[in-house]
Ligand binder design. Structure first.
Ligand SMILES: Nc1nc2c(ncn2[C@@H]2O[C@H](COP(=O)(O)OP(=O)(O)OP(=O)(O)O)[C@@H](O)[C@H]2O)c(=O)[nH]1
Length: 414
């Protein structure tokens, strides 16, 4: 793939030289037996360097997803982007967008429409995976894939399709890798949507989308006062303390903030920066907790319609604690309970997303990445990024209570 730059920054990660073995923990759904995969991280990273990044764009109904995509498709950003706009994960609601070529305004949307700026627009209404397979027949014709989900989609299962699982690794994983999940939130109705949206298993869709995101765009900022936007950003940061928040109008954002973010790689930079309420626009009150001297609010346990986040600082861990943490996380994500809970309490806890970074006494820095029951703990790719004083673990989901914090602190020996 040729070099590509956005706003002077290289979009694709630099060549990776890490050669440590990593463990990938995979479970496909609640009924399957979990599979533990030992894999050579060098292979994963080498593949990732060659594969096309895929960004999932979600957001509740009317938040501005199509506006963002349309902007990307029509702007001259010098980058070749394939966009899939379809009913990914939800074939019941049909939606296509016609985007005309700048050269021929009469040209209508086809299965794959090539635009003057080099973007490809794919509006296939079948399964998203089939759409991507079809797209990959044109491998080399684009540098990045954007996948827009419907407003009611839960991005968690979609992200899982494109992350470490055996089927993906053997198939599409040879050509693409998940770069990140971007969620658009409506500045006018976002709060109401979070509080009132239709809920599945007690968790509303807009909250699932926010919980799962690596980047949150507070869109339609032109329609609210800065104070109201700040209020909503704080709420978003409380629901998902691990996401970076940007404020936008008409989806106007520098693409480097939503593409090439490598949220699922074993990179540490975003995790180090992701202390709660670290947003681009609303540094607020000083935090008295883990972020000494920085000016932002530090949310403690916060719950909205059953969804909450839990963040715990992690000291440098001896090896045996590392193993216990691994087991603790596995029980939490696979069984939906704490190790000390009885088996009958299974599925009491639902973790939608988790992230973390910590060091062991052997001097290795590890990164945790998880989407639902699928997670990975792997050595950090670039330890020079860290400047790490204390590690941290962040969980977002349902049923995350003080018992869980206490249980985790016990395992950490705190
Ligand atoms: N004022 C204002 N209007 C916006 C902005 N972004 C989008 N809109 C408008 O909001 C409406 C919905 O935008 P879409 O881009 O279609 O939203 P969507 O998320 O794709 O909607 P669904 O596909 O139905 O979920 C349209 O009328 C847009 O023109 C914005 O930042 N400011």
């Amino acid at each position: 793939m040729e070099d590509a730059f956005i706003s002077g920054e290289r979009l694709l990660p630099p060549p990776l030289q890490h050669t440590t073995t990593t463990r990938l923990f995979v479970i496909m759904d609640g009924d399957d037996i979990p599979t533990l995969i030992e894999t050579d991280e060098a292979v994963v990273l080498r593949n990732q360097d060659k594969t096309v990044p895929l960004t999932i764009i979600c957001g509740f109904l009317g938040a501005g997803k199509s506006t963002l995509i349309r902007r990307i498709l029509s702007e001259r950003h010098g980058y070749r982007i394939a966009v899939i706009m379809n009913d990914f994960g939800d074939t019941a609601v049909a939606k296509t967008i016609n985007v005309s070529s700048a050269n021929d305004s009469t040209e209508t949307s086809e299965e794959i429409l090539e635009l003057a700026n080099g973007c490809l627009c794919c509006s296939i209404k079948d399964s998203g995976v089939a759409a991507i397979e079809k797209l990959m027949q044109r491998k080399g014709a684009f540098d990045h894939i954007l996948l827009e989900t419907t407003g009611l989609a839960d991005p968690g299962p979609i992200a899982s399709l494109f992350w470490q699982n055996e089927e993906f690794s053997a198939g599409l994983g040879q050509y693409i890798h998940l770069d990140g999940v971007v969620c658009m939130v409506d500045a006018v109705f976002g709060r109401q949507q979070m509080e009132e949206d239709h809920s599945v298993d007690g968790i509303g869709e807009s909250l699932r989308q926010i919980a799962c995101a690596d980047v949150l765009l507070l869109n339609k900022a032109d329609l609210v006062t800065p104070a109201r936007a700040t209020e909503l950003e704080q709420l978003m940061a409380q629901v998902n303390p691990a996401a970076i928040i940007h404020r936008t109008a008409q989806g106007n954002i520098d693409l480097k903030h939503i593409m090439g973010i490598d949220a699922y790689a074993s990179k540490s930079r975003s995790l180090v920066a992701d202390c709660p309420a670290h947003t681009e626009h609303h540094p607020s009150e000083p935090c008295d907790g883990c972020c000494k001297g920085t000016k932002h609010k530090h949310p403690h346990h916060y719950e909205l319609r059953g969804i909450s986040s839990l963040q715990v600082s992690v000291p440098v861990l001896p090896q045996e604690t590392f193993d216990r943490i691994d087991e603790w996380i596995r029980t939490l994500l696979w069984d939906g309970r704490l190790p000390e809970d009885s088996v009958s309490m299974s599925q009491r806890i639902t973790v939608l997303r988790c992230k973390g970074i910590f060091q062991t006494s052997a001097g290795t820095t590890y990164v945790l990445q998880g989407v639902r029951s699928l997670y990975e703990i792997s050595p950090a790719v670039d330890e020079s990024d860290l400047g790490l004083e204390a590690g941290k673990l962040v969980f977002i989901g349902k049923g995350l209570d003080e018992n869980m914090r206490d249980s985790l602190l016990r395992v950490l020996g705190e």
